[in-house]
Ligand binder design. Structure first.
Ligand code: NAD
Length: 478
């Protein structure tokens, strides 16, 4: 079997250690064998990126535009194949895997355009006969560290702006899902990137990630993952005085008020809570429901949940694929036990399921009678497990929604313009949805949260320029 290698300075490196990428839908399905980099190889990758930076940063916007555009076109042309590999390695359903791949293609297309739109400003000085120019320059070598739950979209939305604005990159994808990252690195390399501009170091966080953090030669780190790893990245970045951007956990609330259209509310809650197996940072794992609609809403949720098909990610008709691995499944089951012990009522699910193939299948799970103090209402579970909290009215719902250390995404189901407007203004989240799932966002607008969910400039869209460039202020005497 082919071993998929790391890329350092334009060379695919013979590996010292290998990881087996196994499908969570079928543990007999080996997606591929992937190299694990050593700490020395990480240093080589960073040195290569450093050496490639001067030429790449001056390579010109047409070259960067052309490479990003070509990569986006290849990803789009191969969306079914790449989407299928993604679904095999991560476990999201095939339509979800293809959808995420299309999004990656759109991101490369968008940043191909941004390469041509980079602008500066000329400003009059406060002093006579002096001109002031503001320009944006790339930072240098960017370390990119990504999680397992969006194996192609998250690497794409960090690599594309990094390269677009003239930085060079060392990419470390999650050890669980290297195949999608390997594919985009291969595509970008063949699209014409010079050696060393983009380097791939697959492997474990404790080895590869730590070696990146230890390097004084990274000018910036863009990270998405858990809050605990994010803290470690922040501490090391402060030590090395480098720029960092962190997108981390969430405990996203979805408020359902008495006047909600019940089918809109149930659609949004089922999608947010259970699609992609509840493994989205923007998933809504807290439903906050007012008294007048509570019983009807719970009954409608249970009815809809009874129709959800949990099965192999590639099987047609599957709504929810498996949990990503045995560790995450254990975490989900532990939280289900915690919820029972805390006194919440298990209204639906809670059990593992057997299917034709050996995989990590779990029923979508709903707890009712949860309180906002319970751990299942406060801690990120990252599985298809949702806690429903009953409240008296909108005011209590808003207060409960904001009573969390996180602040990534939030939502409300209501037919009232007044409540929708009030919620948009007063929800303490980076992204707010009205009559929509809390998960599922556009690629051309800013993405990010507040409080413990995020730190640093926003990702995606035009706002990505804030992280991936540094502003220079130049004064010229006339
Ligand atoms: P994780 O923090 O365990 O791992 C993320 C990445 O960091 C992986 O590549 C991992 O190998 C690496 N890593 C781990 N330890 C490291 C260390 N000591 N030094 C350097 N790198 C290290 O997270 P995960 O389990 O892969 O992903 C799930 C988490 O990601 C959830 O908390 C989820 O909410 C979050 N997430 C957030 C967003 C967002 O945009 N806010 C999006 C997706 C996922």
């Amino acid at each position: 079997m082919t071993i998929f290698r790391n890329l350092i300075n334009g060379e695919w490196i013979v590996p010292h250690e290998i990881s087996r990428n196994v499908s969570p839908s079928d543990t007999n399905d080996l997606v591929g064998e992937y190299a694990r980099a050593t700490a020395d190889e990480v240093q080589q990758a960073i040195s290569a990126a450093r050496a490639a930076f001067p030429a790449w940063s001056r390579s010109g916007i047409m070259k960067r535009h052309a490479i990003l555009k070509k990569a986006g076109e290849e990803i789009m042309a191969r969306k079914d194949e790449l989407g299928s590999v993604l679904s095999r390695e991560e476990g999201k359903t095939l339509p979800e895997g293809i959808g995420e791949t299309v999004r990656a293609a759109q991101i490369f297309d968008f940043f191909a355009g941004e390469a041509l739109r980079l602008s500066g400003e000329t400003i009059p000085s406060t002093r006579p006969n002096i001109g002031v120019e503001l320009t944006r320059e790339p930072l240098g070598v960017i370390g990119i560290i990504t999680p397992w739950n969006f194996p192609i979209a998250i690497p794409a939305w960090k690599i594309a702006p990094a390269l677009c604005f003239g930085n060079t990159v060392v990419l470390k994808p999650a050890d669980l899902v290297p195949a999608s990252s390997w594919a985009i690195v291969d595509i970008l390399q063949r699209a014409g990137l010079p050696a060393g501009v983009l380097n791939l170091v697959m492997g474990r966080g404790s080895v590869v990630g730590e070696a990146m953090l230890d390097s004084p030669d990274l000018a910036g780190i863009s990270f998405t993952g858990s809050t605990s790893t994010g803290k470690r990245i922040a501490a090391s970045s402060v030590e090395h005085n480098r720029k960092f951007q962190l997108e981390m956990g969430g405990k996203n609330p979805m408020v359902v008020v008495d006047d909600a259209d019940i089918s809109v509310a149930v659609d949004a809650a089922v999608n947010s809570g259970f699609f992609s197996t509840g493994q989205r940072c923007t998933a809504s794992s807290r439903l906050i429901v007012t008294e007048g609609i509570h019983d009807r809403f719970v009954a409608a949720m249970k009815e809809r949940m009874g129709k959800l098909v949990v099965d192999h990610a590639l099987k047609s008709g599957t709504h929810i694929g498996p949990v990503v691995d045995d560790r995450q499944l254990t975490t989900d089951l532990d939280y289900i036990e915690i919820g029972k012990r805390e006194g919440a009522q298990l209204a639906f699910g809670g059990e593992t399921i057997s299917r034709d193939t050996p995989g990590f299948y779990l029923q979508p799970t709903l707890f009712t009678n949860a309180t906002k103090e319970m751990r299942i209402s406060r801690e990120e579970i990252f599985g298809p497990v949702v806690a429903l909290i009953r409240v008296k009215n909108y005011d209590e719902a808003l207060e409960t929604a904001n009573d969390t250390p996180f602040g990534l995404s939030s939502g409300i189901a209501t037919t009232s313009l007044k409540l929708a407007t009030h919620f948009k203004r007063n929800s303490e989240a980076g992204m707010v949805m009205v009559n929509l799932p809390t998960a599922g966002v556009d690629f051309h607008v800013p993405f990010g949260g507040r409080k413990k969910s995020s730190c640093g400039p926003r990702e995606q869209g035009r706002y990505a320029v804030e992280f991936y460039t540094s502003v220079k202020t130049a004064y010229t005497a006339a």
